[in-house]
Design a protein around this ligand. Sequence first.
Ligand SMILES: CC(C)(COP(=O)(O)OP(=O)(O)OC[C@H]1O[C@@H](n2cnc3c(N)ncnc32)[C@H](O)[C@@H]1OP(=O)(O)O)[C@@H](O)C(=O)NCCC(=O)NCCS
Length: 184
Amino acid sequence: MPISVAPPPDGWLARVVIRHLVKTDLPALEWEGEYRHFRRLYTDIYQGYSQGRAVMWVAELPGSGLIGQLFVQLDSSRTELADGIARAYIYGFRIKPAYRGFGLGTSMMQIVEGDLLRRNFWWVCLNVNRENKSAMKLYEKLGYRVVAAEPGRWTYIDDQGKRQEVCEPAWRMEKQLVWSTASK
Ligand SMILES: CC(C)(COP(=O)(O)OP(=O)(O)OC[C@H]1O[C@@H](n2cnc3c(N)ncnc32)[C@H](O)[C@@H]1OP(=O)(O)O)[C@@H](O)C(=O)NCCC(=O)NCCS
């Protein structure tokens, strides 16, 4: 059954602030409990962020809280995804349902790509679930192309300390970054 979502307040998009996450934002990434199972994962990503191996972005609507998030891994043991020099990996990209389809996701991606260029990163990749046609369409519009099939198997420890296995076959998409008006 589709979940009904209250429409966002008038003029909200112009008030959204896209910024780096701060530690006190971490609980809000759980979206009132829906993503509580990722609590440890988010803490681990935050640790990598504190060490300069990742960047965590959020979109905040003053008065309403966090309405979007996007993480960037700059360095990884999987160097085909992120190599700490020129290649970075985008993941954990999510906008709250009421705010989707208004251009916020596109703005976040453009800001993040501009930030990567300033850090001298030239390649960016991401994995998209093979069933997620609408997200693929967005990435294609932004210039990403499918370069590989990913089995999408990974594990994490949930908030109860239990190991969870995930299998989400995905396409790896990639883009070479170039300076443009949107990235400045
Ligand atoms: C994918 C997502 C982050 C894009 O953010 P957004 O703010 O909706 O993106 P924009 O408004 O800039 O772009 C809209 C485009 O996103 C795509 N899209 C993906 N899911 C969508 C949704 N639920 N509602 C509206 N558009 C969606 C469409 O292709 C749309 O293109 P169109 O406007 O030409 O139809 C967001 O829709 C979302 O959180 N989806 C659920 C989580 C997800 O799929 N994350 C990506 C994981 S790889």
